[in-house]
Design a protein around this ligand. Structure first.
Ligand SMILES: [Zn+2]
Length: 103
């Protein structure tokens, strides 16, 4: 699996509990084939107090989503799309499969 979705991309969630929602990728984890999307797939995590006398906290953290559960929203045509590649010389471009423009 290549790095089809990168940090900063806008994506649409197509599966799971956040299906239909959109967000910005804040972290791409190409090894695990996952992405972290800002504000989506939130889980509450309990943090134990670090020192005696401190209270534990509940923090909300976005859990990585499988990259197969999201679709890139093309910044050129605004449509959710699959990503293609175009190779010119030794450069590789991502292209939108909807409008065929470089993204
Ligand atoms: Zn497009």
């Amino acid at each position: 699996m290549g790095v089809k979705i990168k940090k900063g991309d806008q994506v649409l969630v197509i599966a799971g509990k956040d299906r239909g929602r959109k967000g910005k990728v804040i972290q791409a984890l190409p090894k695990g084939g996952r992405v972290v999307v800002e504000g989506l797939n939130i889980r509450k995590k309990h943090v134990r107090p670090k020192k005696e006398g401190e209270k534990g906290q509940v923090v909300e953290v976005p859990v990585p989503l499988p990259v197969s559960d999201v679709k890139l929203i093309c910044p050129k045509c605004g449509k959710p799309t699959r990503v293609g590649y175009k190779i010119e010389g030794n450069k590789k471009y991502r292209i939108c499969k909807k409008c065929n423009r470089e993204i």
